[in-house]
Design a protein around this ligand. Sequence first.
Ligand SMILES: NC(=O)C1=CN([C@@H]2O[C@H](COP(=O)(O)OP(=O)(O)OC[C@H]3O[C@@H](n4cnc5c(N)ncnc54)[C@H](OP(=O)(O)O)[C@@H]3O)[C@@H](O)[C@H]2O)C=CC1
Ligand SMILES: O=C(O)CCC(=O)C(=O)O
Length: 420
Amino acid sequence: MTLTAAPERSVLDDAREQLAQAVETLGLGPAVFAMLAAPRREISVSIPLRRDDGTTEVLRGYRVQHNYSRGPGKGGVRFDARVDIEEVRALAMWMTWKCALLDVPYGGAKGGVRVDPRKYSTAELERITRRYTSEIAPIIGPNQDIPAPDIGTDEQTMAWMMDTYSVGRGHTVLGVVTGKPIALGGSQGRAASTSRGVVAIAVEALRHVGIPVAGARAAVQGFGKVGRGAARFLADEGVSVVAVSDVYGAIFDAAGLDIAALERFVDETGSVVGFPGAQAIDGEDVLTADVDLLVPAAVEGVVHAGNAEAVRARIVVEGANGPLTADADRILEARGVLVVPDILANAGGVVVSYFEWVQANQSYWWSEDEVNQRLVDRMTRAWHDVLGYAARRQLTLRLAATCMAVERVFRAHEMRGLYP
Ligand SMILES: NC(=O)C1=CN([C@@H]2O[C@H](COP(=O)(O)OP(=O)(O)OC[C@H]3O[C@@H](n4cnc5c(N)ncnc54)[C@H](OP(=O)(O)O)[C@@H]3O)[C@@H](O)[C@H]2O)C=CC1
Ligand SMILES: O=C(O)CCC(=O)C(=O)O
């Protein structure tokens, strides 16, 4: 398949541009921009790995705490071959805005290891995770910074992180990570929470634009933790998911894919490619499919100046973090496409991570229905807040959401003392 060309500017350039626009809109001035553009704390660590065949290699990992004025840092850990410090800085900044926007009492952080997990055995991934955790242990903790899953990591990774951290402390510390297995202090509903939140927002967006939800057509890029659940919940809502993709390729069915059957197929084969009855298409074509709703739920920068004109969806709901470049944003806005930004659309994951942390800290567990109901309430409330803010000030949803978040973070700084 053709992978999308790299964006013209770095993802951190785009994140900083979004911040600059919000600071200007709020009239906060260059000093506030300078303060919020720079991560508060970051660490780069070396991860020596003994491979199963006896050879050794040295990997690089990062943890960036962009801001912790409203509470401990919070954000996922990514295992991906493209991880670098600039990407992690951008992702950490977006976590700050996401947590502030949803009013969960956290700052923003993110971590990652530059590694392609597909090329390593489970035993090797465990050694990588444990060494990475030991190296970042001085700056994480349930009141300091709380990692969670992201691309290439999952609940098993979180179990290893929790165990490694706990061994270092001499007692079990459930609250140090979220997205853990349920048997180890995880929350009901966390695994599906990002996707559930994405679809709750997508349904609101369809209604807002006046497109009937049942029968609307959608395309989903990425069939991992976020994309797969998004496709499933969209289908549950009666949306016809006509195109999906993963890293190996993409498939299309004008009559709508049978998502339950596709999930069984992916469990057996490891990819959406070859799903019986569907047409094989280029990965790029998922982004430009003739649909009402596009949910990019894979990686950053996939919609850019080179393909944004070709996007045919009326609504783009960002399941991934940063799937649209700043150039794509401008092009889609000019074309009247409604873009629901990542910091709102995919916030369901961190919302339920917060629920998990609260439950773990209290050793008191909620039912799945309770978790899901509270999640959807929070997402829906945030949607209406952002929509109202944007309408009052004539802003895009991204600028409105970023302004709301930046203002909350700035006020926290101000109350604590801006320049101690
Ligand atoms: N997990 C979470 O709770 C949250 C995740 N996010 C964001 O959502 C996005 C996806 O994360 P998540 O689902 O957890 O990660 P996963 O690793 O579970 O899934 C990533 C998916 O993207 C696919 N993929 C990777 N590159 C491409 C490409 N070029 N074209 C098409 N598909 C591609 C992968 O394919 P393959 O399956 O073949 O590897 C996989 O299906 C990221 O931006 C992440 O930061 C945001 C909020 C919370
Ligand atoms: O669940 C979390 O704490 C963080 C999820 C995350 O990394 C994200 O929202 O991008």
